[in-house]
Design a protein around this ligand. Sequence first.
Ligand SMILES: C[S@@+](CC[C@H](N)C(=O)[O-])C[C@H]1O[C@@H](n2cnc3c(N)ncnc32)[C@H](O)[C@@H]1O
Length: 345
Amino acid sequence: MGSFAKQEHKGSHSADVSAELLFAIASNDPVSGHTHNFYRYPARFSPLFVREVIRQYSRPGETVLDPFMGGGTAIVEALALGRKVIGVDLNTLAHFVSTVKTTPLSNYDVEVLEEWLADVQDVGRRGIGEADQPVRNLPRHLQKTWADLMAQVEWLPLERQQNFVRCVLLKTGQWAIDCKELIPSGADTLKQFANHFHEMIQGVEEFVGTCRMEGIKKSKIRQNRLLLCRSTAGLESESRLATVSKPTLVVTSPPYPAVHILYHRWQVQGRRETPAPYWLTAFQYEMARSSLSLYSLVSGFSSFAPISSSLASYSVDSCPRYPRYTSPFPELGPLLKRAALLVRG
Ligand SMILES: C[S@@+](CC[C@H](N)C(=O)[O-])C[C@H]1O[C@@H](n2cnc3c(N)ncnc32)[C@H](O)[C@@H]1O
């Protein structure tokens, strides 16, 4: 663990790190549960660690902020613990994944989705696709399978249903392509797509069930989250924050200066990189250029404790090819590697 600043929670917790938290920090358990495995977002948190931190340093009904939410580990865990959440990320892929992971499906949605899958499998068996354009940047033998699947997403009536299926495509694409030497056949990919589909429906149900036990009804989950696709720089003047209560806890794993992480591309057969995650989720391939001031973020919420001044500011420069994180304070690199910042107001 790199940097870990904490304050006592209104006298109700000891200033020592608890045994439960130490256990969670040391745990090497694979990521599992709820909707966490909808997508393997790079550099993601351990849900166990995040859960314990949120449980110990905030109360049900309070608001937790993750200003660099990535794949939404903290967002999912906070909601599942009955907290409200604010999540921010400038990467459209991060915003997409976090949104789908925390969007409940109705019984009607599940019915429509199951019927859709049965039709798709039938089409797959007959080998009749609907796509008129092949997809780009994928191994040649998979292009038709993907193009057909993507064309059929459009048949789903509701956006949340379409997004759910796009997320299944994303997960299956990562399984089939990212960092793989041996790429599966179209038929195996379709089979895995169906497995992921069912696993993910169960994941949503598990997540919704836990939220319910912690006091958030299915119909209220969306009202308890505010997910913003924007830079964290200047967040303090974001008008949409006026609609939610002030966060009392920030739990985040920030971008790591000078460390090259492929947040938004997959590696195909160990060589080429593809922006496939973007067009699979129907987004333009773009990332905003941004400059980040952690200090301005923290000072924007007057109730937050100031964090170490040496962490005060660093800039994040993302470009369309891949994000390049440059730090005006090179000494921050080692300090921030694998760091979790915890600021309690
Ligand atoms: C280490 S990842 C967070 C992973 C996350 N904790 C999880 O469990 O998936 C850091 C995130 O910061 C985002 N990011 C980088 N610069 C940003 C900025 N200026 N504003 C908002 N998000 C930014 C990146 O897109 C990336 O998703």
